[in-house]
Design a protein around this ligand. Structure first.
Ligand code: NAD
Length: 498
């Protein structure tokens, strides 16, 4: 059985202390075992990162960026292997894995711009013979903690930017999907990154706590569920670290009476059921404005759901794969049961779906609820499964109020042909990422990604320009080179420009 250890100081480390099984969700079989790092292993990774930091910080930004150019080429060269690992452990269909890798590579391309991004700000002659500039210095050792659902892309939101800024990095990926993350990170070695600048420790809460408690770790980027994000933000900031912690979501789409309904339905199918609903940007609530819109929407969605091809991710005919684990499947079906008990209409029920030849896989058919109301658990909680809840609203204001009242504010979208309504929506909606006829408004790599409310703890968003600010500290220098012979006496007043 293949085991996945850690990658510390440029070497693969096997550590047999505690091991956990990794499953292939399409078969329910164990495909690998992963080491769970203890405190000593995490400390070894931090020590390696700390030792590599001074030389890396002193390496010109252009040379740091060149590593990323080579890394990008290696990611593209190894795309088939990366996507096969992703599909095996996560379950997502191969086309979706390719999409994940492609969006991941964009972040590496952005990091290639480091010399430009780190140029700083300069003002000449702020006073007599006085110049002033701000430069952006790295933090030191930075840690990243990532979720199971994007094992390649989410880590690449973090470490390419952190590394080109001159930091060294310790990544703690999800213990449920470790192999693709590990494979990708170790390509950095081939790309020419000096040992110790990037390290990967696999593990669970023990590894995370060790990272949070070590004073040598200066910054933490976290992506995962809201309860863990909130705890990590509190603990990390209390320890004086800079922390950004991105959490869960409940993304609503408003369908207006004037929307191109066929377009909206196609978009909703992909956004709700793609990756089995296991995306933080998945649309899980559709708010139909008006009864006629709602009836038509339910009719068209249920028709399309009948044709949704569910099956193993490696089968190119599959549009949707399995959920990540048996226990997550149980959590999702319990939530569906709670919706039925609460009185929502389960128009399409995927609970009984079985895939021939894959009876032990964690499959669940697409589910569609109508007449969901705000007090129901299926409305309040993130389900993270292939379940779309339709809520009926009388007006656009009512639909927007629902979104603004919700605890999460990650992504949202409006389907309409009315530019005025769309503009009002984007102006007033309390959500971090907004789509107008775009169901998954995941920002491109040169904008930043992040939600509002309980979808993000911290001030700066992930990747793009915010990541350069997150992984650096501003230092402002004011310098004077007085002309020969010009000497000032002691002045006890606060310096002014007069
Ligand atoms: P998770 O919170 O269970 O795990 C995320 C990471 O935290 C993993 O590395 C895990 O090992 C670690 N962890 C788990 N429990 C911990 C604990 N008690 N203490 C310390 N560390 C702990 O999340 P997940 O199930 O892997 O991922 C799904 C969640 O991530 C969903 O809620 C989804 O919305 C969210 N997510 C958010 C974004 C975003 O950008 N906002 C992106 C992707 C996923």
């Amino acid at each position: 059985m293949k085991t996945i250890g850690h990658w510390i100081n440029g070497k693969h480390i096997e550590d047999q202390c505690r091991m956990q099984d990794v499953f292939n969700p399409a078969t329910g079989e164990i495909c690998k075992r992963v080491s769970l790092a203890d405190r000593a292993t995490v400390e070894a990774a931090i020590t390696a990162a700390q030792s590599a930091y001074p030389a890396w910080r002193g390496t010109p930004a252009l040379k740091r960026a060149r590593v990323m150019y080579r890394f990008k080429e290696l990611l593209e060269k190894n795309a088939d292997e990366i996507c096969a690992l992703l599909t095996e452990e996560h379950g997502k269909v191969l086309g979706d894995a390719r999409g994940e890798l492609s969006r991941a590579v964009e972040n590496v391309e952005y990091a290639c711009g480091a010399p430009e991004l780190l140029k700083g700000e300069f003002s000449k002659d702020v006073g007599p013979s006085i110049d002033s500039w701000s430069e952006f210095q790295p933090l030191g050792v930075v840690a990243g903690i990532t979720p199971f659902n994007f094992p390649v892309m989410v880590p690449l939101w973090m470490y390419p930017a952190a590394i080109v800024c001159g930091n060294s990095f310790v990544l703690k990926p999800s213990e449920r999907t470790p192999a693709s993350t590990m494979f990708v990170a170790s390509l950095l070695h081939e790309a020419g990154l000096p040992p110790g600048v990037m390290n990967v420790v696999n593990g669970d809460k023990e590894a995370v706590d060790s990272l949070l408690e070590d004073p040598r770790v200066k910054g933490v980027s976290f992506v995962g569920s809201t309860p863990v994000a909130e705890a990590i933000y509190s603990k990390g900031t209390a320890a004086g670290k800079r922390v950004q912690a991105l959490g869960g979501a409940k993304n609503h789409a408003i369908v207006m009476p004037d929307a191109d309904l066929d377009n909206a339905v196609n978009a909703l199918m992909g956004a709700a059921y793609g990756s089995c609903g296991e995306r933080c940007m998945a649309i899980s609530v559709a708010v139909a404005v008006g009864e006629t819109t709602a009836d038509a929407l339910i009719g068209k969605l249920s028709e399309q759901l009948k044709t949704l091809k569910v099956g193993p991710g490696i089968d190119t005919c599959s549009a949707m794969g399995p959920l990540i684990t048996e226990s997550h499947r149980k959590k999702v079906t319990d939530l569906i049961d709670s919706g039925v008990t609460a009185g929502a209409q389960l128009v399409v029920d995927g609970r009984e779906l079985r895939i021939t030849g894959h009876e032990n896989g964690y499959f669940l058919g697409g589910c569609l609820f109508d007449r969901v109301t705000p007090e129901m658990k299926i409305y309040q909680e993130e389900i993270f499964g292939p379940v779309l809840c339709v809520v009926r609203a009388e007006t656009m204001e009512q639909a927007m109020q629902l979104i603004n009242d919700h605890q999460y504010g990650n992504g949202t979208c409006i389907f309409t042909r009315d530019g005025e309504a769309a503009r009002y929506f984007s102006d007033h909606i309390e959500v971090g990422m907004v789509g107008i006829n775009v169901p998954l408004p995941v920002p491109v790599a040169y904008h930043s990604f992040g939600g509002w409310k309980r979808s993000l703890f911290g001030d700066l968003h992930a990747y793009g320009p915010d990541s350069i600010r997150f992984y650096t500290r501003r230092k402002t220098i004011t310098q004077r080179w007085p002309s020969a012979g010009v000497r000032q006496g002691a002045d006890f007043a606060f310096p002014t420009h007069d």
